[in-house]
Design a protein around this ligand. Structure first.
Ligand code: NDP
Length: 506
């Protein structure tokens, strides 16, 4: 733990975070609720968030509706829209350092990791600009005398709800996918991490984005988020977050038949085969669980090790875990920062007792980093579980908490990987092509990574099986979700028509 993390509260955070509606920040009224925004490394309040109530949510939806229904965004020439998306990319890139700083300040994720996420944020706009500009339709001429063509149209106004674990990367991906096809949106980020996202939305309006295309409302999920999802002016919902919240959102949206895309939680297996390159597997397993302070949906949080190599592998994992550099997230050398907020830290820590009650053995960590109080630091932790049926193997912990399990055959590893309510990703470390092919075929997960830690290919679909989600993000999958299909049929020559109601009918 590097000293002084709590003493070094960086400057540059706005005093207050407010909604941005129709391209303008909303003036703060005298009555209304403020929520504290906290720097997790020190526990200090760094800003206040003004919560948007139902009326404010309604004005945001009205602004998005007007920008969609009256244009110009939804009817704009795609090249013009593309120019604006590229201008956004450049503008955000020009402010990469500032945005990274704000993101660290608000999330506690180490700066070295956040810099990658900021790059990804800028790429999202470029990527979806290209996808939208190469979208094509279908034509059918098989029925003689008729031409039928199928076009894709923007779907309308989206409610986009994003979590706190990668605010810029995740919210920018959904915004870019949504607006590139001509839709408009209202974004609600997590109440815990609104600061960098608000700055991103502000910057987007400084480079030609018409007012009303992207609106921002802030506040708690149960208040602002719920009002947004239920609003009759919303046509579709894009949600990234926990499985329980996803279920509630889909129910609320389903009552009004609004389509949803849901990216939810995971409890993914990281399978370490006995023939794997164990040095690389060790690096990969550590990255898989401890990147982003362990707070990632695609974490390899169940590490399944072949019994033949388990003792040595786990001993090396524990040694490396003890060596992780925990500290000030602003320091480029830091590998693990604080957890996002105190209640979350307490929840993650509570799994140490859950593990003990399950009969699991604590291998390393398991405590709050006391000398870093009031910062929300937790020692990176690993346990060895007696079986996959235990709670630490079945529930998403969403922190720097690895759970080991042993297996004897690939069949058993695949069975364990699949014995989960989730199905987001699976990692395999193996030198055996046959093992790779079997895991790819038989594990029920949306993404399988063989001999690599997370490598998010934006072009390919990403999403979960089972309770890890509904729908996919990606090039064609996002086009599918964010557009409506329209079929138009035109006769080539005037077709013969039955003439109903005429006196001269035969
Ligand atoms: P939550 O589900 O608690 O919250 C996600 C978002 O939903 C927040 O903005 C939250 O607001 C909002 N929200 C909460 N309740 C409601 C409601 N009733 N109506 C509308 N909005 C609501 O998730 P976390 O923020 O805790 O994020 C962690 C979870 O996200 C993990 O389970 C993780 O696996 C998942 N995740 C999935 C990813 C994927 O791609 N599959 C990627 C990243 C994370 P607020 O926080 O302000 O209350």
């Amino acid at each position: 733990m590097s000293p002084n993390a709590a003493d070094r509260v960086p400057l540059g955070c706005p005093d207050r975070v407010v909604s941005i509606i129709d391209g303008r920040p909303v003036a703060v009224s005298r009555d209304g609720r403020d929520l504290p925004v906290v720097y997790p490394a020190s526990g200090e309040t760094i800003s206040l968030l003004r919560e948007a109530d139902e009326a404010e949510v309604s004005s945001a939806v009205a602004a998005a509706r007007a920008a969609f229904d009256q244009g110009p965004w939804s009817r704009m020439d795609v090249n013009q829209r593309k120019d604006i998306l590229y201008a956004i990319r450049d503008r955000l890139r020009g402010h990469a350092e500032e945005l990274a700083h704000l993101e660290v300040l608000n999330t506690g994720i180490p700066i070295s990791h956040v810099q990658g996420q900021v790059q990804r944020m800028t790429r999202n706009f470029e990527f979806f600009a290209e996808v939208a500009s190469t979208l094509s339709g279908e034509t059918y001429t098989q029925t003689s005398g008729y031409l039928t063509y199928v076009t894709r149209e923007p779907k309308g106004v989206a409610a986009l709800i994003s979590p706190w674990n990668a605010p810029l990367a995740l919210s920018s991906m959904r915004i870019a996918a949504c607006i590139a096809f001509g839709n408009t949106c209202v974004l609600k980020p997590s109440e815990y991490t609104p600061v960098a996202v608000a700055r991103m939305v502000e910057l987007m309006h400084e480079c030609g984005l018409p007012p009303g295309v992207v609106n921002l409302v802030n506040g708690r999920g149960a208040v602002t988020g719920a009002a947004l999802v239920a609003h009759p002016g919303i046509d579709m919902v894009g949600f990234t977050g926990g499985t329980a919240t996803g279920r509630a959102i889909m129910q609320a949206a389903g009552a009004k038949l609004k389509p949803c895309i849901l990216e939810l939680g995971g409890k993914s297996a990281s399978i370490i085969d006995c023939g794997a390159d164990l040095d690389r597997a060790l690096d990969g397993a550590l990255l898989g669980i401890f990147s982003n302070n362990g707070q990632q949906c695609l974490a390899g949080s169940r590490i399944l090790v072949h019994r033949a190599v388990a003792e040595r592998f786990i001993a090396r994992f524990v040694e490396r875990t003890r060596n992780l550099r925990i500290g000030d997230p602003m320091d480029p050398g830091t590998e693990i920062g604080p957890l996002a907020y105190e209640a979350h830290l307490e929840r993650v820590l509570s799994y140490v007792d859950v593990a003990r009650a399950d009969g699991a053995r604590l291998l390393v960590g398991g405590r709050r980093v006391e000398e870093a109080r009031p910062g929300y630091y937790m020692q990176p932790t690993a346990v060895l579980a007696p079986s996959n049926g235990t709670r630490v193997c079945q529930e998403e912990i969403f922190g720097p908490f690895a759970t080991f399990l042993l297996y004897d055959s690939l069949d058993e590893a695949i069975r364990i990987a699949n014995d989960s309510p989730f199905g987001l990703v699976c990692y395999l470390w193996s030198g055996d092509l046959q093992a790779a092919m079997r895991v790819s075929r038989d594990v029920r997960a949306g993404t399988v990574w063989i001999n690599t830690p997370m490598m998010r290919e934006l072009r390919a679909p990403f999403g979960g099986f089972k309770q890890s989600g509904v729908g996919r993000d990606g090039a064609s999958s996002s086009a599918e979700f964010f557009t409506e299909l329209k079929t138009t049929t035109i006769p080539v020559d005037p077709p013969a028509l039955r003439r109903l109601g005429r006196d001269d009918r035969e």
